[in-house]
Design a protein around this ligand. Sequence first.
Ligand SMILES: NC(=O)c1ccc[n+]([C@@H]2O[C@H](COP(=O)([O-])OP(=O)(O)OC[C@H]3O[C@@H](n4cnc5c(N)ncnc54)[C@H](OP(=O)(O)O)[C@@H]3O)[C@@H](O)[C@H]2O)c1
Length: 247
Amino acid sequence: MEPSGDHALVTGAGTGIGRATARLLGLRGDEVAVHYRSHKEEAEALVQELASGGARAFPVAADLTMKKEVEALVQQVGARFPSLEVLVHNAGEYPRRSVDDLDEEEFLFTLMTNLWGPYLLTRELLPLLRKAPRARIVFVSSILAYNGSAHGADYAASKAGLLGLAKSLARELAPTITVNVVVPGSIDTAILAGDTPDVRAARERSIPLGRVGTPEDIAEAIAFLASPRGSYLTGTAIHVNGGLRMD
Ligand SMILES: NC(=O)c1ccc[n+]([C@@H]2O[C@H](COP(=O)([O-])OP(=O)(O)OC[C@H]3O[C@@H](n4cnc5c(N)ncnc54)[C@H](OP(=O)(O)O)[C@@H]3O)[C@@H](O)[C@H]2O)c1
């Protein structure tokens, strides 16, 4: 495989969408920092899989709500990479709680995970991103940022916050760094694991393309934004949802 010369960090890459994204970036020749929090074995297995195909990758661990861990992560990435061309903020939590049950600590924790963590990581990585002649940042939001969630006000608010964050960074970091958002609909990962067969069938009926998305469907959009082919997009969002919502 021809190395692209790009260095990429994908958060939450031990599972689901992040894993598919890290794999795709590795297969196209990027050197990939495969971030995980608890899925160490899965992250290491992906690194092995990529290495056996000639790609370069290494695992990095951090709880992105912990400032010290974010700083340590940034140090490790900086020790391996001379510059960072691709930063994918995929890690996120969807705790599913109704408004009656959602207390202050839980609400703020979701914001810490889904909004503050990505902001902090971006800020700490700016020196490395600025060493690249051009760099691309991609956030993973959610269709629920637009539709709202009947059991996740904290989640929908955090994912809507990412849209404002991305647009602000897009203005501030232009022209050398582009900042965009991918907005998934219903994607077949651990997040949907609690679906009963009835819920799953109803979910599929509600999607014009007739199926839930795959992690790879989302990875393709992220990889596009994180490539020269996406170089004239910044401050925008790409919806990948099988027609579930048409924006
Ligand atoms: N699946 C969907 O239908 C859907 C729809 C819209 C948006 N999304 C978004 O897509 C992204 C990926 O989710 P997924 O569907 O692929 O589910 P997933 O497999 O559960 O992935 C979530 C990832 O986030 C990481 N993570 C969570 N909290 C973290 C923290 N505090 N510090 C570091 N890492 C943390 C997890 O790491 P560990 O497992 O290693 O702890 C995990 O790899 C999320 O942002 C999610 O909100 C998903």
